[in-house]
Write a protein that binds this ligand. Sequence first.
Ligand code: HEM
Length: 315
Amino acid sequence: MEMNDDIKDLVSKLTEKYDNTGQDVKAYLEGLLESDFVPYWNYINLDTLLTLQKPKTKYPDELIFIIYHQISELYFRLMLNECEQITDKQDISAEEMLMRLVRINRYFSIITDSFDVMQVGMEQEQFLKFRMALLPASGFQSAAYRKIEFYSTSLKNIVGKDFRQNFNEESSINDMYPFLYWKAGATEIGTGIKTFTLRQFEEHYDDEFIALAEKLKGKTIQDIFNARFKENESIIKMLKKLDQNVNVNFPLQHYKTAVKYLQRNPDDIPATGGTNWQKYLPPRFQKRIFYADLWTEQEIEEWGKAWVEEARKNF
Ligand code: HEM
């Protein structure tokens, strides 16, 4: 077969590429000739993927619980992929910023909308049995979830509500870090004793989190918005949606699920991570808001309320 010009052009570009690194293109082409075509199951590592579900009990619904957490983590990974691309490029164009924010919101909406897999998709009796086998593990220990927050907003905005007034934009990462809302939420106020789940999480991730927070100081999605896109209505809309997705919609959907499985008045069932979950999980107590400047005082005052009213209609 005659080698057409397109192929000749490609071969010459390939030769240049390998020459530039001092390697022999001919050897690589011979390797290509010997290589197998990669089928779907190898490309996505399917066999390995399907070995990653290891229930600890005999209850079949534990598989749903594990797989749905894994799916959520993969979506968090996709969100972080977008967050990284936004913050790596501080001169990002408005179009690209918008496109990436739309993607993050799409992923967040998917995990919120599909949360019924948890809320109504498992037998409570089985759940209450197998959850004891996963102590002290809790979604509380999801590092990706925390990282999305680090990328989205200044550290001060994710400091626990009761400590926020002690800090300002000049405060250092080291000063604020011990007071992040999730550290406060898993620490007994009177004694300062941390839950084991928190201590385990800190031991594993503190260094990585502090390094990430330092890297992002002055460079978060919020900083890029403040510096360059404050007048862009479409970006404002997407940031408000992100705030609502991360700080209202997902937390409330998740809280509703915790209520369904764990609320058994008068003695509520304790959370596996050991928090006082009834006080800790509802957004109206936490009032975590990434982009407070974009909301009215009343909207901030009533953070999470509209969703609760909407949900009540469907109860
Ligand atoms: C039946 C299903 C679920 C129940 C009953 C439940 C319950 C809880 C509870 C009680 C907490 C409070 C922390 C603790 O003391 O353990 C918590 C935290 C958390 N869970 Fe879940 N969870 C469920 C499913 C999920 C899923 C599928 C995810 C997705 C990754 C998830 C992510 C989280 C996160 C990120 C936190 C920390 C929230 C925060 O710090 O505000 N949970 N969960």
